[in-house]
Design a protein around this ligand. Structure first.
Ligand SMILES: Cc1cc2nc3c(=O)[nH]c(=O)nc-3n(C[C@H](O)[C@H](O)[C@H](O)COP(=O)(O)OP(=O)(O)OC[C@H]3O[C@@H](n4cnc5c(N)ncnc54)[C@H](O)[C@@H]3O)c2cc1C
Length: 342
């Protein structure tokens, strides 16, 4: 493997991985980024270690071992600044600089998204966010992300001559330990900045979850999508079901043409490419123009009256049923289960 540019002085490239250890525990983002760190380190023949803030439980530290973590540095003295990403960024950047990090790696969750530009500005480094793929090509690390409503893949390369802050799209993160991963013997060290942190200009006051009714359908976790198999009455029920499931509404092109929803909720080749955890396709035939927009959904469930509908071979679960019968029953069941709240 050609990694010459990544080892200018014959020294392995140093990767610092930032994990949150929120409430002292290892969450799925932490696990996912550790798996990715191990994979990336192999790709560019690098050494890697982990940074976080003091307060992790012994169990959380022990849980790092299966992911191959050998070194964990916990930043002390930031206990009063858990609501300031600026202060956290400043401390992480100072430590990463001290460690000689060529690459700082984070998951692109809300915290990683906010920290990454702060780190890049502080480190005067390059920044690449929401990577979905990477590979070494011509002695460079070729990084890819989706742009323009996730319709187009854009790539940039990094030659290692300048530090890089890199965030990984959470949708490609998996907490499953890589096959053959050797467990690490986690050594913990504590680090304190010689310059005591001063309050930043901004603070996190409150975390407000996204409203599924208004969130961009590309960002939605659960989507209920209506096709031409929904008549006006069924569509009203689809909207009700969407509210009951706390889901986002999607539509096919013909359903959009009928005025069921705005253009911004149309899914497919002309519409949006979506990547939800759960996609419920109601009365959708499964044309290639629609399927192209849902192929990266984690689980697709389809309801269609036609057993030969093309959606079925492309769904994880399929139900041959008439929506006019199924929707009222489903809504009734959900109302019972949720105490009638819609
Ligand atoms: C260049 C181009 C771009 C396009 N871009 C897009 C795009 O971005 N998004 C998109 O969606 N389409 C797009 N289309 C259109 C696409 O080709 C299909 O025509 C469209 O996806 C079909 O939508 P549909 O499944 O709602 O309708 P249909 O294909 O008419 O399917 C309706 C389905 O509902 C089922 N059904 C009927 N009654 C019931 C019932 N009572 N209960 C249960 N099921 C029932 C039927 O069996 C059928 O399978 C594009 C087309 C072109 C040419």
């Amino acid at each position: 493997m050609a990694v010459g540019h990544f080892q200018p002085a014959g020294k392995p490239l140093n990767i610092q991985v930032v994990v949150a250890l929120s409430a002292g525990e290892l969450d799925d983002y932490d696990k996912g980024i550790l798996v990715e760190a191990s994979r990336l380190a192999k790709t560019v023949a690098a050494e890697w270690s982990v940074l976080s803030f003091a307060g992790a439980s012994d169990e959380a530290i022990a849980a790092l071992a299966p992911y191959g973590v050998e070194k964990l540095t916990l930043i002390e003295g930031a206990e009063d600044f858990s609501d300031s990403l600026e202060v956290q960024g400043e401390l992480i950047a100072a430590l990463a600089r001290e460690k000689g990090a060529a690459l700082v790696l984070l998951p692109h969750n809300d915290r990683g998204e906010a920290l990454a530009p702060l780190l890049a500005a502080d480190l005067d480094s390059a920044l690449f966010t929401e990577a979905i793929a990477y590979r070494v090509e011509d002695l460079r690390l070729q990084l890819t992300r989706q742009v323009l409503g996730q319709q187009v893949a854009a790539s940039q390369s990094w030659d290692g001559s300048r530090a890089l802050v890199l965030t990984i799209n959470p949708r490609i993160l998996s907490s499953v330990v890589l096959p053959g991963q050797q467990p690490g013997k986690v050594q913990v060290e504590y680090w304190r900045s010689f310059k005591p942190p001063a309050a930043g200009a901004t603070r996190i006051i409150e975390r407000i979850p996204a409203d599924p009714q208004t969130v961009d359908v590309c960002e939605a976790e659960v989507i209920v999508s209506a096709g031409l198999g929904c008549n006006a009455q069924s569509f009203a029920r689809v909207e009700e079901l969407t509210r009951l499931l706390n889901a986002s509404l999607g539509v096919t092109r013909p359903a959009y043409d009928l005025g069921y929803s705005g253009f911004e909720r149309m899914v497919g080749q002309t519409g949006k490419t979506v990547t939800p955890r759960f996609y419920l396709a109601l009365g959708i035939s499964g044309s290639m123009h629609h399927l192209g927009g849902i192929k990266d959904s984690k689980t697709v469930v389809a309801v269609n009256i036609d057993p030969k509908a093309a959606i079925f071979p492309n769904a994880d679960e399929g139900f041959v049923a008439d929506l006019r019968e199924v929707l009222p029953l489903l809504i009734e069941r959900l109302k019972l289960a949720t105490g009638g709240a819609a």
